[in-house]
Ligand binder design. Structure first.
Ligand SMILES: Nc1ncnc2c1ncn2[C@@H]1O[C@H](COP(=O)(O)OP(=O)(O)OP(=O)(O)O)[C@@H](O)[C@H]1O
Ligand SMILES: [Mg+2]
Length: 414
């Protein structure tokens, strides 16, 4: 048993020694392997590093090339765009040049057309001027005719009155009485006292003489009117002649006398239409006035009032003629009637040339009257509360008349 144990101990030591040796060998081998591995790894790493460096350099080169190519491409693109833009610009310039020349052509054509139109306009203007002058002359002629016509109406009526007075005159009775007296010339005394017819003769003669004297008064009145009317016609003609010489006759006139003259020219017609005239005259001194023109206006207004009342069936035929001062520097004439009145929308239209509502009217009276008022520096206005409510026409004139004289052009200014 002990021997066995020694052997055993000896074996253990040997084993340890072998193990140690093996271990050392293993360790050495491991170390060698480690060194070799390290060296290998080192070499491999070096290679890899080198390879990476080469690849990186290549990559950088490639990137540089690529960047360069991109730059080139961008430049080329820019150039292309620029070229395109330049081309477009050139095209646009060409188009513009074309359009410009076209526009130039059009402008020249328009200019030519303009010149032609201007020439035509000038022609038309001179034609118009000529027409206006002719119209002006025609209007003046119408004015004269209208106003003379107005007065001729009165002349006609007065002449008619004188004619019928003469036709129905009691002169015939006087002649018969004279025949009777001549037949009894031998015994006139006895005839006048004893004969039945003879006794009535003195009374008859007295009646005839009174009738004749009334006839004479009436005829004198009519002849007076006739003379005034004829004078007024002369005035109208003289006024128109003075238009030509641009001089108006301004003379001191008693305004109420002027109103009376106008009334007297329309007197017979007023009486025939049974129109009551109310005179409302202020006491005024003579005033410098264009007699003819004022008379012409008043005659027109009175004639219109008369027409407005004769057309109005009912109501009082009453006309008021007012003459007075308005404020300190205006002379006012007004003619009010109780006639057919004027609708509000017609209050201004009635002054227009040719506006009339009368079947025998011309629409000239108020137009020419308003003009005449204006030529004297005054105004003519119409007032009415409406149809059926009468009308008032007011003529206002400056108490110091306008110094300007009317010219034929001014006469056609409305
Ligand atoms: N007093 C008035 N009352 C009512 N309407 C009037 C009066 N005066 C004028 N008118 C209206 O004004 C219109 C124009 O008057 P104007 O005197 O210009 O012409 P007319 O009398 O018609 O014709 P004429 O030219 O022959 O005088 C008349 O037709 C009438 O309608
Ligand atoms: Mg009239």
């Amino acid at each position: 048993m002990v021997v066995g144990e020694v052997v055993m101990i000896k074996d253990v030591t040997e084993i340890d020694r072998d193990a140690m040796t093996s271990l050392a060998i293993v360790l050495a081998a491991c170390t060698a392997i480690g060194i070799a591995l390290t060296a290998f790894i080192h070499v491999v790493l070096g290679r890899v590093q080198k390879d990476v460096a080469v690849r990186t350099a290549r990559l950088a080169e490639t990137r540089r090339v690529l960047a360069h190519e991109q730059d080139e491409r961008q430049r080329a693109e820019r150039e292309l765009t620029l070229q395109q833009e330049r081309n477009e610009l050139l095209e646009a310039r060409a188009r513009m040049a074309e359009e410009l020349s076209e526009a130039n052509g059009k402008a020249e054509a328009a200019l030519r057309e303009n010149e032609e139109v201007t020439a035509r306009l000038r022609e038309a203007q001179s034609e118009l001027l000529a027409t206006a002058r002719a119209a002006g002359r025609a209007e003046i002629a119408t004015n004269v005719l209208h106003n003379v016509g107005n007065v001729l109406n009165s002349v006609n009526v007065s002449a008619g009155v004188v004619g019928s007075t003469l036709r129905n005159s009691r002169v015939a009775g006087l002649a018969r009485a004279m025949q009777l007296m001549q037949a009894h010339a031998g015994n006139l005394g006895q005839y006048l006292t004893a004969d039945d017819k003879g006794r009535m003769l003195p009374g008859y003669l007295a009646a005839v003489s009174e009738a004749l004297s009334n006839e004479r008064d009436g005829m004198l009145q009519e002849v007076d009117r006739l003379i005034k009317s004829v004078d007024h016609i002369k005035d109208i003609v003289a006024t128109q002649q003075s238009h030509a010489s641009a001089a108006n006759v301004i003379e001191p006139v008693q305004p109420s006398e002027l109103a009376e003259d106008a009334l007297s020219m329309q007197g017979t017609a007023l009486a025939r239409h049974q129109i009551t005239v109310i005179r409302d005259y202020a006491d005024l001194p003579p005033v410098p006035l264009d007699r003819g023109r004022v008379l012409q206006i008043l005659v027109n207004l009175i004639s219109n009032a008369k027409a407005a009342m004769s057309s109005a069936q009912q109501g009082e035929h009453r006309m008021t003629l007012h003459v007075g001062r308005f404020g300190s520097d205006t002379l006012r004439f007004s003619v009010s009637d109780a006639g057919e009145g004027i609708a509000p929308e017609n209050l201004t239209r009635i002054f227009a040339h040719g506006f009339t509502t009368r079947k025998d009217g011309h629409g000239f009276g108020l137009h020419s009257s308003a003009l005449a008022a204006r030529q004297m520096g005054g105004t003519l206005t119409a007032h009415s509360d409406g149809p059926g409510r009468g009308a008032t026409f007011v003529l206002d004139l400056p108490l110091v008349p306008a110094s300007g004289s009317a010219t034929p052009e001014a006469a056609t200014a409305v």
